[in-house]
Ligand binder design. Structure first.
Ligand code: 13P
Length: 336
């Protein structure tokens, strides 16, 4: 277990965080098409290896979550992608769920699938160099949602996944994401997220998962995207810390937030305030997809051969997130 704890700390400690580059081919296609780049296997690889070979990787990124396609690819240098990531000092990780499907008897909600054959897939990913894994449960918020059925079913799946991942010698990232879509208040988000996270830990306990060898990847506490509520960063930090303090057992070494639709700047600013206020023993860092890649993707889309320029944009973003994970981010540094 101390081995898994060491891996977890390598990923999230010392001002580092996670680059979530595990978009499924469907999601990555949407991201590329939004900037008018054709979604070919070659283009998906080129963008990703541009980020993975940037200078920012060494200083700011402790782990990279990959998708099945990417973990099996090689960079233009000939280096295998997991080797490229390890050579920068970061830990290669892998998304192992197979997506969120309609939940039977509650068709507006989703249940994440991927447990069948997971033990065998984990063995293969370990051989390919992965040392941590990710599984995301998703929950909608409205008056009657998430339902008890969704809260229980997703927690059960997350816990069974986590047990199998530890058995295979890897660190499970437990990601219960309460979505930002909707017009709910921050108070609603606080209540539902707390309920969701508590149920996850009930189930992780039942499945005998060693919490020291795990990382939690939650959403921050925010009002819904269509809510009229105005919230400042201090309130986000206060509610987020309160929720985690009350819901997460102290053995968990750290928390790596998802960005979930926040802008790059909001995601940095809120994480920074969380770290300024952090009165827990949890490391609080980032596991961002969009909030680390958006500007770099936009820049790259204008000239796919401008590797150096794209890397500079990514380096800045990664540095902002790293500073935020230490409570050292400022508006002035953001603008540089
Ligand atoms: P975002 O930071 O874009 O929400 O993505 C993180 C992630 O891995 C979602 O599963």
């Amino acid at each position: 277990m101390s081995e898994l704890n060491k891996i977890a700390l390598k990923i999230i400690a010392n001002g580092k965080g996670i680059l979530a580059a595990d978009e499924s081919t469907g999601t990555m296609t949407k991201r590329l098409e939004s900037v008018n780049v054709e979604s070919t296997s070659k283009n998906r690889l080129l963008f990703r290896e541009t980020l993975f070979s940037s200078a920012g990787m060494k200083s700011y990124v402790g782990g990279v979550i990959l998708y099945d396609e990417t973990i099996k690819q090689s960079a233009s240098s000939g280096k295998k992608i997991p080797e490229l990531i390890s050579s920068s000092g970061a830990v290669p990780g892998i998304k192992v769920d197979t997506g969120a499907k309609t939940l039977a008897n509650s068709p507006e909600e989703k249940i994440t699938e991927g447990l069948d054959g997971l033990r065998e897939r984990l063995k293969e990913y370990y051989k390919l160099g992965a040392r941590f894994a990710k599984w995301r449960g998703v929950y909608i918020i409205s008056k009657n949602y998430p339902s008890k059925l969704s809260i229980y079913s997703n927690a059960h799946a997350l816990a069974r996944y986590a047990a199998l991942v530890q058995e295979s010698g890897m660190v499970p990232i437990v990601e219960p994401e309460v979505l930002m879509e909707g017009n709910h208040t921050s108070e609603d988000c606080f209540k539902k997220t707390s309920e969701v996270i508590k149920k996850c830990y009930d189930q992780l306990d039942l499945q005998k998962v060693e919490l020291k060898g795990t990382i939690l990847k939650p959403n921050m506490i925010l009002p819904g995207q269509n809510s009229d509520e105005k919230i400042d960063t201090k309130k986000v930090a206060e509610l987020t810390i309160k929720c985690l303090k009350e819901s997460v057992p102290s053995e968990v070494p750290g928390i790596a937030f998802l960005s979930g639709g926040q802008t790059e700047k909001e995601a940095a600013k809120n994480l920074n305030q969380i770290n300024i206020n952090n009165n827990t023993n949890f490391i609080m860092t980032y596991s961002y997809g969009r909030a680390l890649q958006q500007s770099a993707l936009k820049f790259w889309s204008k000239d796919l051969s401008n590797i150096k320029g794209t890397q500079e944009v990514f380096n800045h973003r990664a540095k902002m997130c790293s500073l935020a994970s230490q409570g050292k981010w400022t508006e002035e540094i953001e603008k540089v």
